[in-house]
Design a protein around this ligand. Structure first.
Ligand SMILES: [Zn+2]
Length: 292
């Protein structure tokens, strides 16, 4: 299985910003040790690729660093040329993983899942919506099937719903913390609020119920799993209480659901802000190992 990384492209962060940039290197180092996985670097997307799914003005402004202070605050990251460049590479990982999954059955992007990036605005660490761009590129290459976006990051996938919700060939499904960001939701096809402090058993029962409902939205020819590590009990942004074992079981069930149906699967990491961050990297690497 191919896993695409972009961890070499870093960007400057002030000491006060807690975005866990080192996570991407830690995940890549773990995934490199997994049997049956080949780690590769993808070509970056172009700004034109981004502008095919996003508002052209938004793309122009992130390209040239024209964000207002307020927009930068909503993004949670300071703009820099390096951040813009990294975004192209990160999105390229999901584009390449989509091509690989359609060819090989499964692939991973060791990043991505930038589900808060909406058509005309970025927020919550997400500038460009990787799944929307990757799907657009796949369609340009001849793909015309139905798509499932299964978003298990602890935050609701408002950007995915904004960009892909209106698309009749895409089902946007999000299972997320009830009282968590974003506080203004954009509804998708299925949205499930999980109460604060829900642990493994309660969460897995909710997930099983969601998986049972998915067949009514299919059949699917391609699936994206946004396997956020932030429902972990040690996550500082999560508000849920899943153990590492519970998250492993979550991924086994979600990946198993696609596998039983023979659906090509793209695994993306999405969020994960644990303390220590090494445990978050362990959780992400375990997700990838289950997809091999
Ligand atoms: Zn998240």
């Amino acid at each position: 299985m191919l896993a695409f990384t972009h961890d070499r492209w870093t960007f400057p962060l002030p000491a006060t910003n807690r975005f866990p940039q080192e996570k991407y290197r830690l995940v890549r180092e773990r995934v490199e040790r997994l049997p049956g996985v080949e780690v590769a670097e993808a070509a970056p997307i172009s700004w034109e690729d981004a502008a095919r799914v996003h508002d052209a003005e938004w793309v122009r402004r992130i390209r040239h660093g024209l964000l207002t202070r307020r927009e930068e605050a909503a993004l949670g990251l300071p703009w820099s040329p390096e951040l813009a460049e990294r975004t192209l590479h990160a999105t390229g990982s999901t584009v390449a993983a989509t091509e690989a999954a359609l060819r090989d059955g499964t692939a991973a992007a060791l990043g991505g899942g930038t589900h808060h990036a909406a058509r005309a605005v970025g927020r919550g660490y997400c500038l460009v919506n990787d799944v929307a761009v990757a799907l657009d590129r796949a369609r340009a290459g001849g793909f015309s099937g139905r798509v499932l976006v299964l978003d298990l990051d602890v935050h609701q996938g408002d950007g995915n719903a904004d960009l892909l919700g209106p698309d009749p060939a895409v089902a946007v499904v999000s299972v997320h913390g009830e009282r968590n960001y974003p506080f203004e939701r954009v509804p998708g096809d299925i949205d499930v609020d999980v109460p604060d402090r829900t642990g493994d058993a309660g969460y897995l029962a909710i997930l099983d119920d969601v998986l049972r409902r998915l067949d009514a939205l299919g059949p699917f020819d391609l699936a994206y799993l946004l396997a956020g590590a932030d429902p972990w009990e040690g996550d500082r942004l999560g508000r849920l209480a899943l153990t590492e074992t519970g998250l492993e079981e979550r991924d086994r069930r979600a990946i198993g659901w696609t596998r039983e149906r023979g659906i090509p699967l793209v695994v993306t990491l999405s969020g994960g802000y644990g303390e220590p961050i090494a445990t978050t990297a362990d959780i992400h690497a375990r997700t990838v190992s289950l997809a091999v």
